[in-house]
Design a binder for this molecule. Structure first.
Ligand code: ZN
Length: 86
């Protein structure tokens, strides 16, 4: 997501902007969004299911049927957000 003050890209999990120190809007609960890929952040409530792919990769299936690839490095964040073990 984007910092409201300096407009730079910051991690969805952070509570402060690492560039200007502005607090990230508290209206967004910490686990409402999860980053599943370098350029992909999904709303946890929109995830319908997670499907295992080959080689330990996973794909997220949204309620609207959209399929998104999960980066292997983001799998743990997804597990934490959903409260499941993949
Ligand atoms: Zn900032």
């Amino acid at each position: 997501m984007t910092c409201v003050k300096c407009q730079r890209e910051i991690e969805a999990e952070s509570s402060y902007c690492r560039f200007c120190g502005a607090p990230v809007r508290s209206t967004e609960a910490p686990r409402r969004f999860v980053r599943i890929h370098r350029s992909t952040i999904v709303h946890v409530a929109k995830i319908r299911e997670v499907q295992p792919l080959t080689h330990g990769d996973h794909a997220v299936i949204l309620r609207d049927g959209k399929v998104l690839r999960v980066a292997r490095s983001r799998r743990q964040a997804l597990e934490l957000a959903l409260g499941v073990e993949l």
